[in-house]
Design a protein around this ligand. Structure first.
Ligand code: C5P
Length: 309
């Protein structure tokens, strides 16, 4: 019989996509401070990578390179570190586990694209594999929900309906590939601050529901129908806090986008193009006019957190 393989490989690499919210309907603030959501998440091909390596027992550290590296915390508040610790505590022989994490970021920080959530989801998957833990997908999803509202979707990917505070996700029936152009803002927006502004601007929010026209558009795969159905209840709050974003949205529509909205709590502007060539033209035009810090194309949907072999 062949000798058994070492218990774990030297390191495990996971890549995790950014999300945009095609619909984000927000209800009245709950007693726990969160807001009930009816949202449609959509994972796009803009990825953070998480590399996990063995470290001494109870040693957890993180290094960050790439987009926004200078503003990502490196202490125990880092979502990837929190994820690794949570996994070790709940599913491992805690005293004998440790991890050295490296994040290669392409998803901007505090941008409404769930970059931190992506890193948390990536660390869960990478460490579960590194430590060879017997943890079911359901158990991993439960830990993800504990870490943050958007983390379960980062594991799942694709296009999915989110409810609860966003952590309950169910895959949606969606056809086709969509071509997006993302305009990154100068600086981030704080998600709690945007929700607070939403509370101030919306005295009587109604119970949130995903619009039928959006679900119908996804079933047809028609970008124009989807573009017309995009909706974000947090957008007025984000525009109020960052008025120049209005100009960005208008510019994208002028350059041919078939739909435009602020992603999540912002400040990223997401533009839907009618086709891939239209997305290239749109990205060139938006880059040239200099309103955004950076412009990137990303198609969707793509799968959620996956090991990179
Ligand atoms: O769940 P997560 O930690 O990502 O949420 C960050 C913050 O965003 C929360 O502390 C809360 O202020 C706000 N939030 C909310 N309602 C949600 C999700 C997030 O008010 N459904």
């Amino acid at each position: 019989m062949a000798s058994p393989l070492p218990p774990t490989p030297v390191g495990v690499r996971v890549r995790v996509p950014a999300k945009i919210n095609l619909a984000l309907k927000v209800g009245p603030r709950r007693a726990d401070g969160y807001h009930p959501l009816a949202t449609v998440y959509h994972a796009v091909a803009l990825y953070d990578e998480v590399l996990a390596l063995w470290a001494e027992p109870d040693e957890f550290e993180v290094a960050v390179i790439g987009e926004g590296a200078g503003v990502v915390p490196l202490d125990d508040t880092n979502l990837a570190v929190r994820a690794a610790r949570l996994l070790a505590r709940t599913h491992g022989p805690y005293d004998s586990l440790g991890a050295s994490l490296s994040l290669r970021k392409a998803i901007p920080v505090a941008a409404g694209l769930a970059g931190g959530s992506a890193d948390g989801a990536g660390a869960l998957l990478a460490c579960a594999s590194l430590w060879d833990l017997d943890v079911s997908p359901e158990a991993l999803r439960a830990l993800a929900a504990e870490l943050g509202s958007d983390v379960p979707f980062a594991l799942l990917g694709g296009t999915a309906v989110g409810s609860g505070r966003g952590e309950e996700v169910v895959p949606a029936l969606a056809r086709g590939t969509y071509h997006w152009v993302l305009g990154f803002g100068h600086g981030g927006l704080s998600t709690p601050a945007v929700y607070r502004r939403f509370d101030e601007l919306t005295p009587q929010p109604v119970n949130p529901e995903v619009p039928d026209e959006l679900m119908n558009a996804l079933r047809t795969g028609d970008p124009r129908a989807l573009g017309a159905a995009l909706v974000n209840d947090l957008q007025p709050a984000a525009l109020d806090l960052r008025p120049q974003l209005r100009q960005v949205l208008e510019a994208g529509l002028e350059y041919g986008a078939v739909g435009a909205l602020i992603s999540g709590s912002g400040p990223t502007a997401a533009f839907l193009a009618a086709s891939e060539p239209a997305a290239i033209d749109l990205a060139v035009a938006l880059s040239a006019d200099g309103l955004c810090r950076e412009v990137r194309r990303a198609s969707g949907p793509v799968t959620g957190a996956r090991l990179v072999i």
